[in-house]
Design a protein around this ligand. Structure first.
Ligand code: HPA
Length: 236
């Protein structure tokens, strides 16, 4: 047990999928895993462990924002020995070629700051996805015929951003989409020698103002869960 996760050591798999929303963790576990068991309910941040095609997998909510994800990822890594951590979440599109429902696979995640900034101090660290996961996820997405973009994203600290100039610089530098968690996940994985990836569905678009209707979100989320599982277990 840790401060925020009630599971016993051994109840968490080496491969962990991390949606922001705990109810998405429940839905994904019930939909895609065999024998899913609830292993965490602390603060309602649900986590489930089961198997996918015989491979053990945990799906654990991360909450929203880097400070929340950082708590769960730290505890998953240091107490439970998680080796592979894949964020599955939503993001806002930032480029004209990025459409609603498209999938973005993040090679890297730019931030202004993250919980790790206190450790990195003056270092402008470049958070980076694990190549084996990234390449397997791209192959899985292409095989499913899902429009997919691979590149940099922006991990913001605010959903209700009021710095239009910042967004402008992100767009100008080719950032594909904005979310709030991936950079810290990549930095923690780097620090502890683990594998990490963020796979995102575009749920809204900053320039066009379009948003995914709530009924469509489940279908898009399902594609992403399957891409994540196929990336984690490419030989299955
Ligand atoms: N901003 C930040 N995070 C997000 C967004 C957004 O527009 N959409 C989905 N996650």
């Amino acid at each position: 047990m840790t401060v925020h996760i009630g599971a016993e050591v051994g109840q968490i798999a080496e491969t962990v999928l991390m949606p922001g929303d705990p109810l998405r963790a429940k839905w994904a576990a019930e939909t895609f895993l065999d024998g899913a068991e609830c292993v965490n309910q602390v603060r309602g941040m649900l986590g489930f462990t089961g198997t996918w095609k015989g491979n053990r997998v945990t799906i654990q909510g991360s909450g929203m924002g880097m400070p929340s994800l950082s708590i769960y990822a730290n505890e998953l890594i240091t107490t439970y020995g998680a080796q592979t951590l894949i964020r599955i979440g939503s993001c806002g599109g930032m480029q004209p070629q990025v459409g609603i429902r498209d999938v973005i696979i993040a090679m890297t995640a730019t931030t202004l700051t993250s919980p790790s900034s206190a450790i990195l101090r003056e270092v402008n660290f470049a958070p980076c996805a694990d190549w084996s996961l990234l390449s397997a996820a791209v192959a899985a997405a292409q095989a499913r015929d899902v429009p997919t973009h691979v590149g940099g994203i922006y991990s913001s600290d605010v959903f209700y951003a009021e710095r239009a100039d910042l967004d402008e610089q992100m767009v100008r530098h080719g950032i594909l989409g904005v979310e709030m968690e991936a950079a810290e996940l990549y930095i923690l994985a780097a620090r502890h020698g683990r594998r990490a990836l963020a796979i995102l569905t575009v749920s809204d678009h900053l320039q066009t103002g379009e948003a995914l209707p709530s009924g469509d979100r489940e279908r898009s989320f399902g594609d992403m869960v399957e891409i994540a599982l196929e990336a984690a277990f490419p030989d299955t």
